[in-house]
Design a protein around this ligand. Structure first.
Ligand code: ADP
Length: 505
């Protein structure tokens, strides 16, 4: 099979880079080339932004009937669903997702995009109370922000597209999407499908390339109104700075170091399985990964015995196979980064009680693998408890009192998500109220509901995605005040300037 080469998708057309440069997307399981894509820089970013600007300022999309916008968004969801097999294949090949994770991701993406198609019908308008009864009519209406730059990561290549384009399209914005350099093919396939729908040209554009070369010029382009970013906290801070010059709207969904807290009264079976899922789902390459596992004294030994026994049984292997639970990490770079953190953990005195390196199986040698790794005897001050590793590495911290657990859980620069395992509902709710994070799951983990706001406290981000909150994040609110008295009746304010005896001309 010949490798497919992709260009940028701009104004409904496929366009090459001005320099004609491309780069290769590699399969992290076997190092084979998945696709070749155009290496975008400022020139292509500018073309795409100009197209999105024109589509916003002059095109029909922002002014279209809401029901019509809804229909077009639904047609994109339908096309993705019909092409599920291609997306599953691409997610496996370019991101190393397991077949089951890829399957789940496509289903969730389709369901959530359909949800946005429904939300698109909502009129976001609020009637406000009059300050002087009977004196005026007041409404707050929401209008699209404009041209939205959307910069996304590689861990959920399709779902992240939906979280970005769903609310932006539902509220009438236009888009320039910059997928991660590791996983651009998924976005380009979405563009191929969008091209077959009635979405007007210029509303959805895709520029591919490296972060500094294409993401940075996009985030600072003066014709962009809003930047929405998902990725590392480090780059999130750069994005904020790039956007600051024009005071662009910014939403950031960045790193995490989620505390997963197991209390003495937890249902042990459920807590063990849930905690394994919390850290090892998609190899720990999830911003909400339960990478700090706090276990209370009274249950510690029994919990750890089961946890380690089941962690050992997790099947690491070829992501294409249905019985594989953990595939390769996304890239060699990510593999090295994770292995480096494991070495730091060992050096700082944590006990590596499971894993701690690459698999020994020769069949997996070419892949970017790291086996499930468990550290005990960790303190919350160690590097492996403070920094986001984004790999299958869990730091287990033993605690005695709830106060101790809460204060350590909160002692982190991050605040994205947290989990609590307890059969005492009142106690779990109390702990939930004390945790400084955007999401708290009780007896569950990694549930991203299209109805619930998602985002971080502290350095985990700014603003919220999903739910009605996400629509607000893609709109400007405008207050319209209409007088109902007539200017001559407005005693007080106008008199500051115009004497009441001034004759009316
Ligand atoms: P990760 O560490 O998960 O790879 P990054 O934060 O590096 O995440 O990347 C997330 C997205 O941000 C990618 O699309 C990447 O190309 C982009 N990116 C990286 N660096 C920059 C930058 N300096 N300016 C704009 N975008 C960037």
């Amino acid at each position: 099979m010949t490798t497919q080469t992709y260009q940028h998708y701009v104004n409904g057309q496929w366009v090459p880079s001005a320099t004609n440069e491309t780069f290769e997307v590699l399969n992290p399981f076997n190092g084979q080339v998945v696709s070749k894509v155009a290496r975008g820089k400022s020139a292509e970013v500018d073309k795409a932004v100009q197209a999105a600007r024109k589509a916003f300022d002059q095109g029909p999309w922002p002014r279209m009937e809401r029901t019509e916008r809804s229909r077009i968004i639904r047609s994109i969801a339908d096309k993705i669903e019909a092409d599920k097999a291609t997306f599953v294949r691409l997610l496996i090949e370019e991101s190393g997702a397991t077949a089951r994770k890829a399957d789940m991701e496509v289903d969730l993406a389709v369901r959530q995009l359909r949800h946005y198609a429904e939300l698109a019908k909502m009129e976001l308008k609020e009637t406000l109370q009059d300050a002087i009864p009977g004196g005026s009519q007041n409404v707050a209406v929401r209008e699209p922000v404009g041209v939205c730059a959307q910069i996304i990561p590689w861990n959920f290549p399709l779902l992240m597209i939906v979280w970005k384009i769903g609310p932006a399209l539902a509220t009438g914005n236009t888009i320039v999407l910059k997928p991660a350099e590791e996983t651009p093919t998924t976005a380009l396939r979405v563009a191929e499908l969008v091209a077959e729908t009635d979405l007007p040209a210029g509303v959805f554009n895709v520029v591919t390339g490296y972060g500094e070369e294409s993401g940075a010029p996009l985030a600072q382009h003066t014709l962009v109104d809003k930047v929405a970013f998902t990725g590392s906290t480090e780059v999130g801070k750069i994005i904020m700075q790039l956007a600051a010059n024009d005071m662009k709207r910014v939403t950031l969904e960045c790193g995490g170091k989620s505390a997963n807290i197991v209390l003495n009264d937890a249902d042990l079976e459920q807590a063990v399985d849930g905690s394994l899922f919390a850290i090892f789902f998609h190899n720990g390459q999830v911003c909400t990964a339960g990478s700090r596992l706090f276990v209370q004294d009274g249950v510690y030994d029994r919990f750890m015995e089961k946890f380690l026994e089941r962690a050992k049984a997790i099947r690491v292997g070829d992501p294409k196979m249905n019985d594989t639970a953990i595939g390769p990490l996304v890239s060699k770079k990510q593999q090295e980064r994770v292995l480096n953190y494991i070495e730091i953990g060992k050096k700082e005195g944590a006990n590596c009680v499971l894993g701690g390196g690459k698999p020994t199986d020769a069949a997996l040698e070419a892949g970017c693998f790291v086996v499930p790794t468990v550290f005990t005897n960790v303190t919350n001050q160690m590097t492996i408890a403070r920094e986001e590793i984004f790999g299958p590495v869990v730091a287990v911290i033993r605690f005695n009192t709830l106060e101790e657990a809460v204060s350590q859980a909160n002692d982190s620069p991050y605040g994205l998500a947290a989990g609590i395992w307890s059969q005492n509902e009142a106690q779990a709710m109390l702990v939930a109220s004390q945790l400084r994070s955007g999401t708290v799951w009780i007896n569950d983990f990694h549930i991203y509901s299209e109805n619930a706001p998602f985002g971080g406290f502290k350095q985990s981000g700014l603003g919220r995605e999903l739910g009605v909150e996400s629509l607000k994040a893609y709109t400007e609110v405008k207050h319209i005040h209409k007088d109902t008295l007539g200017s001559r009746d407005k005693k007080g304010w106008y008199d500051l300037v115009v004497s009441s005896s001034t004759p009316v001309a």
